[in-house]
Design a protein around this ligand. Structure first.
Ligand SMILES: Cc1cc2nc3c(=O)[nH]c(=O)nc-3n(C[C@H](O)[C@H](O)[C@H](O)COP(=O)(O)O)c2cc1C
Length: 346
């Protein structure tokens, strides 16, 4: 059992990483179904929340079936973050997470996101402002530091624990690294093994297979793993890792029927959450991920990204189920894309 303040998670929980333009309620519903133990919203601008921006407000939507769920905010100003925390509290998530890791220029250069990482005192003050403004358990997600010569995460971890955060998720890269190179979990392991640290430490970065998850669990001793990119188009990763850790065996790969069922469900949730026009539109970015590895997919993909009604889309899924019946995917089609170029918030 892992405790984040009053929130109880199973042993070695698997967390769905917060991902802007990806981890919205429809995607979270699918990941929950496939074994995610704790999920986060996309990050939400504290300034946006205070100004009542529609986009920021909409991201506060959470549903009972996805609990436990955390709302993630970012910002570079104590007062704004404190006010945003109060707004978040009204929506009653299970926890409130602060992002100190987003490397995207728009965010970092405004002094929020990983930009804060250059200044440990500021990181601590911002965190304290949030902790003091809410009765929700506060957690932090961050990177190793600003750059190679400034990996201050060990100090950050201790000082953030001292001001009251209840868990820390660490992406094993620096801000300057963006998504380049391999995530380095050495420091994450060191923090976990620091006897001063009593809060759960979650490792994040490049987990894309059950083998790697198990190896990193054993090597670094973290309390759980956070998974981002590998879940995009492949939410099965959560149950696959759990099954492998429990039995040493692999679950059978999802069939074409499983994939199409997830497409249908994701689409249905998108429509319910937004409306048919926006829901169908936003779902378009997901099909290629869910259907990666299928031969001669172009014709269907073109239909899926142009048709405008759920009925027509379901008819395409029906046809695909017939055409590809019995198709087995050669290997888990997971790709850790270098998102800093594609990232919709870049
Ligand atoms: C499309 C995309 C959007 C992201 N948006 C956020 C975000 O809103 N908040 C955040 O803390 N991290 C964000 N991240 C970073 C991820 O949460 C995670 O730390 C990173 O992708 C490394 O984990 P992975 O290797 O499992 O993908 C984003 C990553 C991607 C790929």
């Amino acid at each position: 059992m892992v405790k984040i303040g009053p929130v109880t998670l199973p042993d070695f929980p698997l967390l769905l990483a917060p991902m802007e333009d990806v981890s919205d309620p429809p995607f979270r519903a699918v990941c929950k179904d496939k074994g995610a133990d704790l999920m986060y919203t996309e990050f939400i601008s504290s300034e946006g929340l205070i100004r009542d921006a529609i986009k920021s407000k909409k991201k506060l939507d959470i549903f009972d079936y996805e609990r436990p769920v955390g709302i993630q905010i970012f910002g570079g100003d104590e007062e704004s973050l404190g006010l945003a925390a109060k707004i978040v509290e009204v929506t009653q998530p299970d926890l409130l997470d602060i992002n100190f890791g987003c490397p995207v220029k728009k965010v970092a250069l405004k002094g929020a996101g990983a930009g804060v990482l250059r200044d440990v005192d500021l990181t601590v003050r911002l965190t304290k402002a949030v902790v003091q403004s809410t009765s929700l358990p506060v957690t932090v997600k961050t990177r190793l530091g600003w750059d190679d010569s400034n990996k201050n995460i060990e100090e950050v971890a201790e000082r953030l624990q001292d001001v009251g955060i209840k868990a820390l998720a660490i992406h094993g890269r620096t801000r300057v690294q963006m998504y380049k190179g391999e995530a380095d979990w050495t420091l994450i392991g060191k923090i976990k093994n620091n006897p001063r640290i009593t809060i759960p430490i979650f490792g994040n970065g490049d987990i894309d297979s059950p083998e790697k998850a198990l190896a990193y669990k054993n090597r670094y001793g973290v309390d759980g793993i956070m998974i981002g990119r590998a879940a995009i188009g492949y939410p099965w990763i959560f149950n696959e890792i759990k099954h492998f850790m429990k039995t040493g065996e692999h679950l059978p790969a999802p069939t074409i029927e499983d994939r199409l069922a997830v497409c249908r469900k994701h689409l249905r949730y998108s429509i319910e959450w937004k409306n048919p026009v926006v829901g169908i539109n936003e779902m378009r970015r997901h099909y290629a991920n869910y259907l990666k590895g299928l031969p001669n997919i172009k014709e269907y993909r073109n239909k899926l990204v142009t048709l405008r009604t759920e009925e027509e889309l379901n008819a395409v899924f029906d046809e695909m189920a017939r055409v590809y019946e019995g198709f087995t995917f050669e290997k888990t089609p997971i790709a850790l894309i270098n998102y800093h170029e594609k990232c919709p918030i870049d």
